[in-house]
Design a protein around this ligand. Structure first.
Ligand code: FMN
Length: 331
């Protein structure tokens, strides 16, 4: 059984890639991911916002220290001992590169044009095999058009692309009015891949305190269907690499997403819930299914039920919507 796949110009031994999560903060956990079969690893994101907040805080702290409050001085971190968030991230990246044989993909969430480019360059220098841009932008200004939001993404990508030579992929939200068209634009602007779709958390309301709350809810396999749909629609219509992220919990979702046309499947919630060894179970399930269905390789499997290759391409389109509604039998 040949599980080899190609993603962002890298040859990977299989399509099981842990996506950005706290799991990559621990080297031993990452070794377990690799031992269980992970073919590459996406690190948690380096957040520029965090770096900036920290820089402001430190500036204040050093200023205060310089005034010379003798007693409090001893409680403050000494300049040379202090590691900034970025230094910590770069150290973790180098440590992962030394500890693992699989490619390590860094992840960046920037906020300023300078931040996107400078941090991207630092990540490349620290040895990242590729870079995932985790662009998280909520257009709260009601006068900003969808086109302006898309231009913002393209601008970030072009800037980063100009400053680094490693492959760059963009992790997208699902909230674009014409994802296929936008992905083609990203491709033209130099993206080597896209990851569909990031899963953002929505504010909730506490009905007792009347406060806005934020909770992290685990994804469900149902969420993989949105990813399957868009991957099936764009497979073979773009040349860049396709990763699916969101709701991939078992071998079933992995197989479906590969049939739709993804090059890799990103795993997160399922690994947080079941541990790194979950990859082994998923791989076993995929291999069993391939054997039963006489597939010899993942390359042969990829995209074999994308819209272009499906027996009924219209099933991915609007006609199906009407049929589903009309065939519903109320209880
Ligand atoms: C606890 C947690 C931390 C995450 N951290 C990041 C991150 O730093 N950067 C990022 O791009 N995505 C991050 N994600 C998103 C995941 O990589 C993934 O895209 C998303 O959870 C959907 O996949 P899933 O359904 O398998 O969880 C995080 C998700 C969780 C649950």
């Amino acid at each position: 059984m040949n599980l080899t796949t190609h993603y962002l110009g890298l040859e990977l031994k299989n399509p099981f890639v842990p996506s950005a999560s706290p799991l990559s903060r621990n080297i031993d956990t990452c070794r377990r991911l690799e031992d269980a079969g992970a073919s590459a690893l996406v690190m948690y994101s380096l957040f520029e916002e965090e770096i900036m907040a920290e820089a402001e805080h430190l500036e204040h702290l050093w200023e205060y220290q310089d005034i010379g409050q003798c007693e409090t001085d001893s409680f403050l971190p000494v300049h040379y001992e202090y590691r900034t968030r970025e230094e910590e991230y770069l150290e973790q990246l180098s440590a992962l590169k030394s500890a693992l044989e699989i490619p390590v993909i860094a992840s960046l969430n920037g906020t300023t044009p300078k931040g996107w480019t400078e941090h991207a360059r630092d990540l490349q220098e620290a040895g990242a095999d590729a870079l995932e841009l985790n662009i998280y932008y909520v257009p709260t200004d009601l006068s900003e058009s969808g086109q302006a939001v898309e231009d913002r993404y393209i601008e970030i990508l072009k800037r980063v692309r100009k400053h680094i030579s490693i492959p760059v992929t963009v992790k997208l939200s699902q909230q674009f009015s014409s994802p296929g068209h936008f992905i083609k634009q990203l491709e033209a602007a130099g993206a080597d891949g896209v990851a569909l779709f990031n899963r953002f958390f929505h504010p909730d309301l506490d009905l007792e305190k009347l406060e806005v709350t934020s909770v992290l809810t685990p994804s469900t396999p149902q969420e993989a269907l949105l990813r399957l749909h868009w991957i099936a629609l764009i497979h073979n219509r773009v040349k860049l690499s396709l990763a699916a992220t969101g709701g991939i919990h078992s071998a079933n979702e992995v197989i479906k997403i590969l049939l739709a046309g993804a090059d890799v499947t990103h795993l997160c919630t399922t690994l947080l819930q079941h541990g790194p060894e979950r990859i082994r179970t998923i791989q076993q399930g995929v291999e069993n299914w391939m054997e039963r269905n006489e597939y010899k390789s993942v390359e042969q499997l990829k995209g074999s039920v994308s819209q272009m290759n499906a027996m009924d391409p219209a099933a991915y389109e609007r006609t199906n919507y009407m049929e589903i509604l009309q065939s519903y039998q109320p209880k």
